[in-house]
Design a protein around this ligand. Structure first.
Ligand code: UDP
Ligand code: MG
Length: 301
């Protein structure tokens, strides 16, 4: 098997046929042998029946359906576990990751890379989202021990070696952007223009984006804990000097309280994270798949 394509799908009933046509057209004449793994992430619309229909029509299309909506990260992991190809592409179902780029990405991969990422520009995107992303990547550059690049997301092709490396990472809270960077290997990139979603709607509300971003910051190191070490003595000194000037006013108290609550929150995040990891629950549960046999998540891979 030359190429597996992993496509996480949540409520994409109107987009799957179009995705299929676009993939078949993009790969014709470039890739002879491939499979497409549609991972239905507990959709509440007719995504699963669409996936079944496509797999009956075209044996290269397979699907796995999860028992509920687990989120894009677990859905992607599920697809990667089922992929049998010597190269694996990951792309969204909504055609925002243009399948037409795949042949170029594969050619680049074969020049000696283990990952090729397609980086997108931010044209046509909401102003707040662009601004938030800029701030985030600036912050991430300072705080993380892996390098994240703006616009370099999950649209990639990976060598078998890179896929196996990703599958060997057992963590429960997965932040793929960071994991792709963490595994290393030579990474090539191409760039493309952002295209708006054609059908359905994005699941990323502002709060979900902020949560996801925080996941990334917390998942990769303990830098966010460090302010406690520096801030503690500074605050104590500040409180001392306020007391000396007989100004133990509300402002000082509030500032102190705020910092404490913030740091408690950060600590709590790490604690919650380690609880979730120690439970060792599977990342997802499979409800149905066809025509592939389910690879049971073993909680360790
Ligand atoms: N997705 C998923 N599970 C979810 C949310 C999204 O599998 O809980 C899939 C979705 O069907 C799409 C991809 O992840 O194929 C990206 O989602 P979306 O388009 O909502 O994100 P955006 O493009 O806005 O970042
Ligand atoms: Mg999208």
């Amino acid at each position: 098997m030359y190429l597996s394509m992993v496509v996480p799908c949540f409520n994409e009933e109107h987009g799957l046929q179009r995705l299929r046509d676009a993939l078949v057209e993009a790969l014709a004449g470039h890739v002879r042998e491939y499979e497409v793994i549609l991972v239905d992430d507990g959709s509440t619309d007719r995504t699963l029946s669409e996936a079944r229909r496509l797999s009956e029509q075209d044996p290269r299309f397979r699907y796995v359906s999860l028992s509920r909506n687990f989120g894009k990260e677990p859905a992607m992991l599920c697809g990667l576990r089922h992929a049998r190809g010597s190269r694996v592409a990951v792309l969204d179902a909504d055609l925002q990751h243009p399948p037409g780029l795949l042949p170029r990405m594969l050619v680049l991969l074969d020049t000696g890379y283990d990952q090729v990422v397609a980086r997108r520009g931010r044209s046509g995107e909401g102003a707040w989202r662009t601004a938030l992303s800029r701030i985030y990547y600036r912050l991430a550059r300072r705080a993380l021990d892996v390098r994240l690049h703006d616009g370099a997301g999950d649209f990639r092709v990976l060598s078998r070696r890179a896929v196996d490396a990703l599958l060997s990472l057992p963590e429960h809270h997965r932040f793929s952007k960071g994991l792709f960077a963490w595994i290393g290997f030579e990474t090539g990139q191409i760039t493309y223009r952002n295209v708006p979603r054609e059908t359905g709607e994005s699941r990323w509300r502002l709060s979900a984006l902020v949560d996801h971003g925080f996941d990334g910051l917390i998942s990769f190191n303990d830098t966010p804990l460090r302010p406690a070490i520096y801030l503690g003595p500074v605050i104590a000194g500040l409180a001392g000097s306020l007391a000396c000037r007989r100004q133990p006013g509300m402002a000082g108290l509030l500032a102190l309280g705020g910092v404490q609550v913030f740091l408690l929150g950060v600590l709590g995040e790490y604690l919650g994270r380690s609880c979730a990891e120690s439970r060792r629950r599977p990342h997802y549960l499979v409800k149905e798949c066809g025509p592939i046999r389910a690879q049971l998540p073993d909680g360790h891979r």
